[in-house]
Design a protein around this ligand. Structure first.
Ligand code: SF4
Length: 232
């Protein structure tokens, strides 16, 4: 069997346009067949979109590399969702990446509750750096971003070169809305974070997540910040 030809960076824009009318499953299949073991699926075990993507990818490749950035500040419900999904979907290759600094080391070096003073720097230490390690040696990264999630995500491409992490980034669910995503999750019996049934619309670190508000407005209350920097 001949290996599939990898698209060059200059071909990604037209490829992305050609995927605008494709179903997410078709895009995930293309990614699995094109990048194989060099493909990673980023998972937060927080939102329904990410759970749908995990299910789609694992149906095609049960040992697909799934990475989780554990900031040390994840809800217990998020850990429980990871355990359930690993068993039920199932996921055969889940790898957890953590900051090089423990919570205590961060406190002693930069002071307590850094997230209340400089959330960008806290996200850099606890999310961006581990995310970089997770993608070392990989060629492509799938995430569950949707354009309807926030204004800052309204124009995410389906496929694009990601300079920050040096990989091709895919957002196969870009064109789906919340209703389509939930239909997929419920029809396929995909496990999801129980906090989504308790008023949380977007789930990240417990320090920076509040329930009862729509979209990503419940993240980083009091700051003009909607993204942790992984997807910008
Ligand atoms: S979401 Fe909050 S606690 Fe988590 S890494 Fe970012 S600033 Fe720190």
């Amino acid at each position: 069997m001949t290996a599939p030809t990898l698209p060059g960076r200059d071909a990604l824009e037209s490829l992305s346009e050609s995927f605008e009318s494709a179903e997410p499953q078709e895009i995930v299949r293309w990614a699995v067949e094109t990048y194989g073991d060099c493909l990673s699926v980023g998972a937060s075990f927080g939102g329904a979109s990410g759970m749908a993507i995990l299910h789609m990818a694992a149906q095609l490749k049960p040992d697909v590399h799934v990475f989780v950035v554990d900031t040390d500040y994840l809800f217990e419900e998020t850990h429980e969702t990871m355990r359930r999904a690993t068993e039920d979907i199932p996921l055969r290759n889940v790898q957890v990446y953590k900051s090089g600094l423990t919570h205590e080391e961060q406190n002693s070096r930069y002071g307590a509750a850094l997230w209340m003073r400089d959330p960008d720097f806290c996200c850099e230490i606890r999310k961006i750096e581990p995310n970089r390690r997770a993608l070392e040696g990989k060629q492509a990264w799938i995430s569950g971003l949707r354009r309807d999630q926030s204004e800052s995500r309204a124009n995410v491409p389906i496929v694009a070169w990601n300079e920050k992490f040096g990989v091709v980034k895919l957002n196969p669910l870009a064109n789906w809305d919340s209703a389509k995503t939930w239909k997929y999750v419920l029809e396929h019996g995909v496990p999801y974070n129980p906090l989504l049934d308790r008023g949380y619309a977007s789930i990240g670190c417990y320090n920076c997540t509040i329930p009862g508000v729509q979209g990503r407005a419940g993240r980083w209350e009091g700051f003009d910040k909607e993204e942790c920097g992984l997807h910008t």
